[in-house]
Ligand binder design. Structure first.
Ligand code: GLN
Length: 300
């Protein structure tokens, strides 16, 4: 085994030993492998600048003409909210050819902030890291194609749902696998702290496979493409989008753990931000801008 591979494997094993829940320690472990950490930090600061710039000029909440916005303004119109997101979760967040972070989540966030007159900085850190940032107070909210689940609702307050999703399973396009039982004795890939990971872990014993975890979707897909893992579990709209863009995987005909995406804040905190997000989301839905943003990325 090549040395870089061994280092990466060690990082991955350390992560997978800890289950799907995710902790700051897990994030550190994987960052130490050095594969994504530098990029992530660069992305975070670059995108953070963009986020702030994008929302400049939308500071006058009166212009939004909306009760929610005025509450937000009373709470401090000079506040710059820290919003954490995933690194690559297409088409919800990803870097475009111009090096800008775009996608359904980020376009919605920008439009909501403009509508409601608040400013924000984006932290592009990865899904698990985004949730950790919110839990430790480093971020005010997470927008990352985050599924609203009963377990999470114990800890976080979610915005109104904005996208229907669920977990799917993808295998190499050349694979003969049709059922989870085809994975017996083999390894499957999942992304740390996600619903895909939780689902894979929940059926691992029944079907006799092991789950290996990655911090980014890109690394997870790569493990399947390289033949190390026989399958991966991740939200089907995301894998469907990647496959439509040429990723050499195919989806099994199974949809699990149906859920909706919501924007999260810590429970009982940042209520004024959540009110603005919900008011903005409702305005975007009413004006047709919500449909236009979805239509930019998904054409059916
Ligand atoms: N929707 C999934 C979850 O909330 C995955 C989110 C993501 O990977 N960004 O767990």
């Amino acid at each position: 085994m090549k040395k870089w591979m061994a280092v990466m494997m060690a990082a991955v094993m350390a992560v997978s030993a800890a289950g799907c829940g995710g902790t700051s320690a897990e994030t550190d472990t994987t960052a130490a492998s050095g594969t994504e950490a530098a990029d992530t930090a660069a992305d975070a600061s670059a995108a953070g600048d963009d986020g702030a710039d994008n929302s400049d000029g939308a500071e006058n909440s009166d212009a939004a003409g909306n009760g929610g916005a005025e509450d937000g303004a009373d709470a401090g119109s000079d506040k710059v909210y820290q919003i954490a997101t995933d690194i690559t979760f297409k088409p919800f967040e990803f870097e475009n050819d111009n090096g800008e972070m775009v996608g359904i989540d980020l376009d919605l966030l920008k439009a909501i902030a403009e509508d409601q007159g608040f400013t924000y900085e984006l932290q592009v850190v990865g899904f698990n890291a985004a949730v950790m940032a919110m839990e430790t107070g480093a971020a005010d909210a997470v927008i990352a194609g985050m599924s609203i689940t009963p377990e999470r609702q114990e800890l976080y307050d979610f915005s109104d749902p904005y996208f229907e999703s669920g977990v799917g399973c993808a295998v190499l396009s050349t694979s003969d696998a049709t059922d989870y039982s085809d994975f017996a004795g083999k390894q499957v890939a999942a992304k740390t702290a996600t619903e895909g990971c939780r689902f894979a872990e929940s059926i691992a014993d029944e079907y006799g496979f092991t789950v290996v975890q990655f911090d980014t979707s890109a690394m997870m897909y790569q493990d399947v493409l390289a033949g190390n893992s026989v399958a991966c579990f991740e939200d089907y709209p995301v894998m469907g989008y990647e496959i439509s863009q040429g990723m050499d995987l195919k989806l099994l005909d199974k949809l699990e753990a149906s859920n909706n995406y919501g924007i999260a804040v810590m429970k009982g905190e940042n209520g004024e931000l959540l009110d603005m997000i919900n008011a903005g989301l409702a305005n975007l839905k009413a004006s047709g801008e919500y449909d236009a943003i979805i239509g930019t990325y998904i054409q059916d």
